[in-house]
Design a binder for this molecule. Structure first.
Ligand code: NAP
Length: 333
């Protein structure tokens, strides 16, 4: 039997996940949608889905067994707490929430419920290239990981949607999460260096270099460029004691023409991570069908939120900002 899924937030990624759940994967039926803009929800609603006036009404509906949250970050906390109060599995796009206090409230509610209900949309963990990279590091043949370079480049970001700190409070969470996961380590402190600002017509703090100091002593350096024009380019390279393991350049058709010999670069995250999102939802549907969640948890969302907060502090202080995590609640171990 199909899992009855309700989707909150029917913008860019909400529509992409609706397409995925209705046209690519089996095992789900979209029975409800909701957006702050009712008409946008109505036009994104697949046949047979009810359009709800509010996210709360969607969460409470008897025809919705599990929820996908694709609204913007500041709305996530309230919607997550509603899902947990209803005891329904919920997939929440990143960022989990936008403050440490909010992350703690969501964790407290989930821990009080007694088991995991929340999965966070850190899709890189489901990407085949990242999984192979992790398998090499975990295999130990290259020795301990010492340094990791993470490059996160976006061609552009929608104008007016974000504040100037978006690269640090919205984008960096992916690099923070993948660093913790790949190196099986926690982030202890954060530094930020701000080079000459790109003149490409935005007031974003872009580009930006972030250094993540891991508890083991390993160091991660992250380049974030969210307005780099040429395409969506994600790279990663781990330097270990006796060798280096790197994400491959994505295989793409080799084009030869009067510009030379070249390979296409993905336009955006939808193209680069299509298979990762598919796999993420395949695994979520299985877990949610059993009333739970898998992969990145509220704990991981909390950890990424702390990194974003520390990075924002580091921009102001110019120094190295320390992260203090609470003890890990049992349901996440
Ligand atoms: P978007 O196109 O702006 O879509 C968000 C939608 O949610 C909009 O229709 C928005 O309406 C609606 N919304 C805002 N507040 C709401 C509320 N309180 N209740 C219900 N609907 C609400 O943004 P997006 O690019 O799809 O991003 C959505 C989320 O996914 C963000 O958290 C973003 O960081 C995340 N994301 C993740 C990835 C990834 O790689 N995993 C990629 C892209 C986005 P208005 O426009 O009228 O405010």
């Amino acid at each position: 039997m199909s899992l009855q899924v309700g989707v909150i937030g029917t913008g860019m990624i909400g529509q992409d996940h609706i397409r995925r759940l209705t046209r690519v994967l089996s095992g789900a039926e979209i029975t409800g949608v909701s957006d702050i803009d009712y008409d946008r929800a109505a036009s994104a609603a697949p046949e047979g889905a009810e359009v709800f006036e509010t996210p709360q009404a969607l969460v409470r509906s008897d025809n919705v067994q599990a929820i996908v949250i694709c609204s913007w970050g500041p709305a996530h906390e309230e919607q997550l707490l509603d899902c947990i109060a209803a005891g329904k599995p919920v997939f929440c796009e990143k960022p989990l929430v936008t403050s440490e206090a909010a992350a703690l409230r969501v964790m407290e509610a989930e821990a009080a419920f007694g088991r995991r209900l929340v999965q966070v949309g850190f899709m890189r963990r489901f990407d085949a290239d990242y999984r192979r990279l992790k398998a090499v590091i975990d295999g130990g043949s290259l020795g301990a990981p010492l340094m990791y370079k993470s490059v996160h480049r976006n061609a552009s970001v929608p104008e007016g949607l974000y504040t100037s700190e978006m690269p640090l409070n919205d984008t960096l969470v992916h690099d923070a999460d993948i660093s913790r996961w790949l190196l099986a380590d926690e982030i202890e402190s954060v530094e930020v260096r701000v080079p000459r600002r790109s003149s490409r017509g935005t007031d974003l703090r872009d580009p930006v270099m972030v250094m993540l100091h891991m508890q083991s002593g390993a160091i991660v350096d992250v380049e974030i460029s969210v307005n780099i024009a040429y395409g969506y380019d994600i790279r990663g390279e781990v330097s270990c004691e006796t060798g280096v393991a790197a994400l491959p350049n994505r295989p793409a058709t080799v084009i030869s023409d009067h510009f030379g010999i070249r390979q296409a670069i993905p336009e955006d995250w939808r193209e680069r991570f299509t298979e990762a999102y598919d796999q993420e939802f395949r695994e979520w549907l299985l877990a949610a069908g059993q009333g739970g969640a898998t992969g990145p948890s509220t704990w991981d969302g909390y950890a990424a939120t702390l990194v974003a907060d520390a990075a924002l502090r580091a921009v102001k202080s110019g120094g190295r900002e320390t992260i203090q995590m609470i003890g890990k609640p049992e349901i996440y171990s």
